[in-house]
Ligand binder design. Structure first.
Ligand code: HEM
Length: 278
């Protein structure tokens, strides 16, 4: 809990009267944190934020690989999509399972964003002060933190659009269905923006986590940092390239399939049906 107290930093005895705090002088009010100095709450919140971010980053990495199976074959992407519907376990495909996972990811995303909000400068004054520090310091990792905060902000909105589709239309995941959403459904600009923001945000997040927790640490701190930067660049470049090639494959298929809108994909030898008629 925080409260405003009318206390002021001590001034030298001979300071001019004009410099001394006046009763009700807002400029001399300081914010006092009434939380005990040894409170573990900030550390716990930090740990929760780190953990939720790590789970989301790992989810994104595996998700990009699954979505990219379209590059190998339509059959493979179709089989991956059906696998997550649990037909092999329940006898019948259960698209609701995908909805539930997408709803869980949405909840985790909201919790992660809420935890991260604690550290984002609030209001014009704080943003102005932070920008000043950033310009004066000219330290790459401080600018990186700002890029992470801004990309996280954009990501929140972009991801919720995509997650809404995944929660509400889990049965429409497949080569034709996905390609139709990307091209005819006009989702490709959202995916393009989502791809860049997610990979930049995720790459910086993993880099900062590795620094904080000492993963891949080196006895020479500068050498360790340089190595982590190289890993971060390689990570972002790999996933952005993979994502772009994958997105192009969906666009290509969507364009080729545009005159057969509503058709479900079916494995070779099976009959394809239209949405809502299966
Ligand atoms: C359980 C949740 C999710 C499911 C089931 C899911 C599923 C899919 C599927 C099937 C596609 C292919 C296009 C389509 O069908 O519309 C796709 C594309 C994409 N998804 Fe997700 N997604 C989920 C969460 C996320 C999250 C949290 C992010 C980012 C933080 C994300 C980022 C992307 C991107 C960037 C693409 C474009 C494909 C690419 O360029 O490789 N997705 N997703």
């Amino acid at each position: 809990m925080r409260q405003i107290a009318k206390t002021a930093p001590a001034l030298p005895e001979n300071a001019p009267a004009a410099d001394r705090p006046q009763e009700n002088d807002r400029a001399h009010r300081v914010v006092v944190d009434t939380q005990p100095a040894n409170s573990r709450r900030p550390a716990r919140l930090e740990l929760l934020q780190n953990l939720s971010g790590l789970v989301l980053a790992l989810f994104l990495v595996t998700h990009m690989l699954f979505v990219a199976t379209i590059l190998i074959s339509h059959e493979l992407f179709y089989s991956v999509a059906r696998f997550f519907e649990g037909g092999w376990l329940f006898g019948e495909p259960q698209p609701a399972l995908v909805s539930m996972v997408a709803a869980g990811v949405t909840g985790l995303l909201v919790a992660h964003a809420w935890l991260a909000m604690r550290k984002i400068p609030a209001g014009y004054r704080q943003v102005h002060a932070f920008s000043g520090h950033r310009r004066r310091l000219r330290y790459g990792d401080t600018s990186l933190w700002w890029l992470q905060a801004m990309s996280g902000f954009a990501l929140f909105f972009l991801t919720t659009i995509h997650l809404y589709d995944m929660v509400s239309q889990p049965q429409l995941i497949g080569p034709y269905e996905s390609a139709e959403r990307v091209w005819t459904g006009g989702m490709w600009p959202i995916y393009l923006a989502l791809l860049f923001t997610a990979e930049v945000h995720g790459g910086i997040a993993l880099y900062r986590l590795a620094l904080k927790w000492g993963w891949f640490a080196d006895t020479d701190a500068d050498a360790g940092r340089r190595r982590l930067r190289r890993i971060r660049h390689a990570f972002s470049t790999f996933f952005i390239t993979l994502g772009l090639v994958t997105l192009l494959a969906y666009i290509d298929l969507g364009r080729a399939h545009a005159d057969r809108g509503g058709e479900h994909y079916a494995l070779p030898g099976h009959v394809a049906v239209e949405h809502g008629k299966s």
